[in-house]
Write a protein that binds this ligand. Structure first.
Ligand SMILES: Nc1ncnc2c1ncn2[C@@H]1O[C@H](COP(=O)(O)OP(=O)(O)O)[C@@H](O)[C@H]1O
Ligand SMILES: [Mg+2]
Length: 361
């Protein structure tokens, strides 16, 4: 899988960018706030169909017009793929128009076309941060490898919102408890779909992450387990109903899932050193790429945003070993310093300044 070219118009601080990417390693250097993350974000948006960082999609639109576009030529299993996304805002409404090879595509069905693994500074809290980081990790992986997962997740979120709304109305005496039945049924059905996808993915991911960890830190045993909804979810939901009513929200379900990450016998979140936690993050991110490759037959594009300078030599080397293993790597960094000279020789190196990309120097 590789990104051949990328075109941005009025996307964040890029008025216009036309970029050809090298098949292996691409390095973008730039000072802070010049557009390094924005560039990788645009690629991630094509992979995931939404920005992993924007709170509102209108943020993506630059100052020149009421719309932004992101277009890419991709090579997938040797075949060309043209992707285009237009994000436009009208008043306080933002909408997206997506085309793949010229044909309109719903946002929920876009992931899986351009497969990418993004690793950016926020991911350093994957192990020690809250469970929402780990759910996001699973979701970003699964939407890309499992057709239907994105739809199930979107449907689940809608049902959850409806159910929570109804719980509040019932508590306020504005609705009947019996009205919960239809939402509960949907919640149970979608929980089974999401839960089994997550469970299977974590089962596959565990050994891959463990192998990566052992390669970076010999002797360290990484173990990843899925902490999903209770086995008899329908029963548990019925039992929890009175509590849900009291609280006005749903206490059980995939929106509460977590991953339990252990190093040796101990939970990494509380017991691992910062170094071990960082190794675990790198191992998990590489495992994500490995799993995408196993399911699709091609390595995803690896997007490394400003993380190499945060990592020591062994962890950096593990990530950079992707270069030459068949996968394309796009890296941003403030300095050229973390890259070995031998690697820089293989790389296309460009500099970013105020939303303009040009040869360094
Ligand atoms: N919608 C937007 N329009 C114009 N500029 C934007 C927009 N969104 C972000 N920016 C600018 O992009 C810059 C940050 O880019 P970013 O890629 O995060 O920098 P870095 O190189 O540090 O990763 C800031 O100068 C910010 O003002
Ligand atoms: Mg940045």
């Amino acid at each position: 899988m590789r990104l051949v070219s990328l075109t941005l118009r009025n996307f964040r601080n890029y008025p216009r960018l036309e970029l050809e990417l090298a098949p292996q390693l691409n390095v973008f250097l730039g000072r802070n706030a010049q557009g390094k993350t924005n560039l990788l974000e645009s690629v991630a948006i094509l992979a995931l169909s939404s920005s992993p960082r924007a709170r509102r999609e209108s943020e993506l639109i630059g100052p020149l017009a009421a719309e932004a576009t992101v277009e890419a030529s991709v090579e997938r299993h040797g075949r060309p793929l043209e992707m285009a996304m237009r994000i436009s805002s009208e008043g306080d409404r933002t909408s997206k128009m997506i085309r793949v090879n010229g044909a309109p595509r719903r946002a929920v069905d876009l992931p899986g076309e351009l497969q990418a693994t993004l690793f950016w500074p926020e991911d350093l809290s994957l192990v020690k941060g809250g469970p929402e980081h780990r759910r996001r990790f699973l979701n970003e992986l699964l939407v890309q490898v499992e057709p239907g997962y994105g739809r199930a997740l979107a449907a689940y979120r809608r049902v959850l919102e409806q159910r929570n709304h109804l719980l509040k109305r019932i508590s306020a005496g504005q609705a009947e408890a019996a009205q919960l039945e239809v939402w509960d049924e949907e919640l149970i059905r979608l929980t089974a779909v999401i839960g089994s996808s997550r469970e299977e993915a974590v089962r596959e991911l565990g050994p891959l992450a463990a192998a990566n960890q052992a390669a970076i830190s010999p002797g360290e045993r990484l173990d990843v387990a899925y902490a999903g909804p209770p086995p008899d979810f329908a029963q548990a939901l019925a039992t929890a109903r009175s509590e849900d009513l009291r609280r006005g929200s749903t206490g059980l379900g995939p929106h509460r899932d977590d991953l339990v990450i252990r190093i040796g016998e101990q939970e990494a979140r509380s017991f691992a050193s910062q170094g071990q936690q960082r190794t675990a993050v790198v191992s998990l991110k590489l495992a994500e790429s490995d799993l995408i490759e196993r399911r699709s037959g091609e390595r995803p594009v690896l997007l490394l945003d400003d993380v190499l300078s945060e990592l020591d030599a062994a962890r950096r080397a593990a990530l950079l070993a992707q270069v030459g293993s068949g996968g394309q790597v796009i890296v941003t960094s403030v300095e050229a310093e973390p890259f070995p000279a031998s690697l820089i020789e293989l790389a296309r190196v460009l500099c970013i300044e105020a939303g303009q990309v040009s040869p360094c120097g």
